[in-house]
Design a protein around this ligand. Sequence first.
Ligand SMILES: NC(=O)c1ccc[n+]([C@@H]2O[C@H](COP(=O)([O-])OP(=O)(O)OC[C@H]3O[C@@H](n4cnc5c(N)ncnc54)[C@H](O)[C@@H]3O)[C@@H](O)[C@H]2O)c1
Length: 389
Amino acid sequence: MTASLAGVLGNPRRNAYAASKAALISLTRSLGCEWAARGIRVNAIAPAMCAPDESPHSRPRARADLAAVRRRIPMGRLARADEMASAIRFLASDKARYVTGAILGVDGGWLSFNQPGEAHPAVDGVPADELVRPAADATPRVIAITGAAGGIGAEIAERFASQGDRVALIDRDPSVVARAAALGGKGWTCDVSDEAAVSVTFAAIREALGPVDVLVNNAAIADTFKPAAEQTSADLDRVMEVNLTGPFLCARAAIPQMRPGRGVIVNLGSIAGLAPMAPRHAYGASKAGVDILTRCLAAELGPQGLRTATVAPGYIRTPGVAALEEGGHIDARTIRARIPMGDLGRPRDIAEAIVFLASPAASYVNGTLLSVDGGWHAFGSAGVASQQD
Ligand SMILES: NC(=O)c1ccc[n+]([C@@H]2O[C@H](COP(=O)([O-])OP(=O)(O)OC[C@H]3O[C@@H](n4cnc5c(N)ncnc54)[C@H](O)[C@@H]3O)[C@@H](O)[C@H]2O)c1
């Protein structure tokens, strides 16, 4: 579905158009759940304004104050139609096999700007990359990935390395050094919540591999699963330090190395950050915080030519999730019944979403959250989610 930001935000004097686009968003969620059992995925993109062309459909856009629109967008330009096509192409591909009922904003950061004033300084004329896609840059990128010793992080590292990128892997677990070497990259043992260690590590990455182009903030810890009344402030603090302060510290260290048009930060959120999962308040709050961190950075860094995004996984079959099951913390049968697609996702599903978001194919995606959850977040009905057809 090609929806629109108009279906998400208020649009004075565009009542019918905006309502029709809100309806598409709703339909995407409902059909995504209803048809998941048949193996049919349903997703939408929500574009901001595309640059007008010669077609009759473009006329209202050509009449708009395009200079004012550009000042409202952190990236400072309108979208090109090919940027919508490449987002749709990803969603329609097998790489998005665990994405359904999702709404992908392709808006240059429009939704992430919420303060008074202009999102981008005024620009003279029409920015060049609004007219034509910049030539592909074939030089290998440096991809820094935290929490890459195992689970989803290890898969993300493999996926980037397999396409020729140079991986800089970071983990508190020293086995990350050997894992990185096996992928032709380099590893660093570092706790992402340790401010001094993060600074030293990112300086060392620059020295060894060159400036960081892409940062994937993947490291996180689970919470204690204790009821609120039994939790200590130390339990809460540690989750926030690793899951929220850690990504901030790594972003702060990576940003000065990033170059316009190449720099991307992808943060790992969670379905637990979008809607509550009692009693996981610390974990859920940290992941909700990650989404706002992504969006603040999108608004701030858009004018510098850097992009950000969040990937929000549903339940993914990792060794960590298996351990939660063995510890009696989760019950996989109940979980599968709550997932419209009827099964947990694979680490590869998350890696593919991140590789897409970090690529030029996502050049107008900024500040957006992409759910990769088999339809979990879209489902709002009763009964078994995987049997709604
Ligand atoms: N697995 C899921 O079902 C699921 C669901 C939603 C979100 N996520 C998110 O995806 C990401 C990866 O999840 P996973 O299941 O692969 O986790 P995992 O526990 O298997 O791996 C996390 C990695 O981070 C490392 N790490 C933990 N604390 C660290 C610290 N302070 N400094 C450096 N490294 C540290 C660990 O050593 C480990 O290698 C996390 O952000 C998680 O919250 C996972």
